[in-house]
Write a protein that binds this ligand. Structure first.
Ligand code: NCD
Length: 321
């Protein structure tokens, strides 16, 4: 009797993906800041993401990066970013090498540059998260392979911002004309900084709701204002703002960035989204959070179909069977 089995997957099995990757605008480049990406890169990345999502949903593993190795160096804690890079690399047929700071020669006084020079000999690209905002640039200056910024202090988190923009597009069909409300720690929330920068490519209204000591850095607020995108700025999350928002994007108060713990205690639970807040929200809107969540969104809200923070981490999102 003939055996029925799934044939081995090859990059040739997915010609659209292979063709898109051959034209990649980012091939061989570092990804250090979201400022590097404009509409052509975004369109291309999202087209690749849609094709990869469809292929992985169908085949579980594809082999487009067979033979490639990704280095993952995280000098700050991470759940989603580190495991999603790791899983993604394996799903596309590649392999990973993980360097955990507590076992690395950093503990023996090795410089970041020397670590990058060394790991760069073994891998084809390096994903780096670091508590110093200049670290990704310092790493890129000496790296023999592309560096991908997975978070540099409170400054940027380009890959989370890409996922966030992709999620908004997929869930709401467009970014154009939307009202997007950022809530919580807008001072230190690096995902917010990168997403706001990406939003400059669209016609949007941006509301900023944060306790006064956690306001968005003034130069970023000024840029949003100069673009004519600034809506409401508030120390609270008023019902009116909730009712007008197409996206509410909450953030954790970033305890690790505070020098004054008394201040942290004072502000840590100041803005919370719970079912009574969600009662004011439109039926077609989304509630986002880059995770990890503390108390800024109460667990009862997780069941609300408008809450997409767990859904967005899955490669099998909307419209895919
Ligand atoms: C965020 C981060 O590390 O900046 N999470 C993430 O990577 N998805 C948000 C946070 O730490 O609060």
């Amino acid at each position: 009797m003939a055996m029925s089995s799934t044939p081995p997957t090859q990059s040739g099995d997915i010609p659209i993906l292979t063709a898109l990757l051959a034209k990649s605008l980012l091939k061989g480049k570092h990804l250090l800041s979201i400022q590097q990406l404009g509409p052509p890169e975004l369109d291309q990345l999202f087209a690749v993401a849609r094709e990869m999502r469809a292929a992985i949903t169908q085949k579980r593993v594809i082999k487009i990066l067979e033979g490639k190795v990704l280095g993952e160096i995280f000098y700050e804690p991470s759940t989603r970013t580190s495991t999603s890079f790791d899983a993604a690399m394996k799903r596309v047929g590649g392999q990973t090498v993980i360097l955990n700071e507590s076992y690395s020669s950093t503990k023996k006084g090795e410089s970041l540059e020397d670590t990058i020079r060394t790991v760069g000999q073994y891998v084809d690209a390096i994903v780096l998260r670091h508590p110093n905002e200049n670290a990704v640039d310092d790493a890129a200056a000496v790296s023999p392979v592309p560096i991908i910024n997975a978070g540099n202090a409170a400054k940027e988190h380009p890959t989370q911002a890409l996922l966030d923009l992709f999620t908004i597009t997929e869930e709401l069909g467009t970014v154009e004309g939307l009202t997007i409300t950022f809530v919580g720690d807008l001072k230190y929330g690096r995902t917010v900084h990168s997403l706001c920068e990406l939003l400059k490519h669209y016609r949007v209204t941006v509301n900023l709701c944060s306790p006064p000591s956690l306001d968005m850095p003034s130069e970023l607020t000024q840029q949003i204002r100069d673009r004519g995108q600034l809506g409401v700025m508030s120390a609270e999350l008023p019902a009116q703002v909730v009712s007008e928002s197409d996206v509410i994007y909450c953030t954790r108060v970033q305890k690790e960035r505070f020098t004054d713990m008394e201040l942290y205690e004072k502000v840590k639970d100041s803005l919370t989204v719970n079912p009574s807040v969600m009662k004011h929200a439109k039926s077609k809107m989304i509630l986002m959070h880059p995770l990890p969540r503390n108390r800024e969104i109460t667990p009862e809200v997780d069941q609300d179909p408008r809450a997409v923070y767990f859904k967005q981490v899955s490669p099998q999102v909307k419209n895919v069977v």
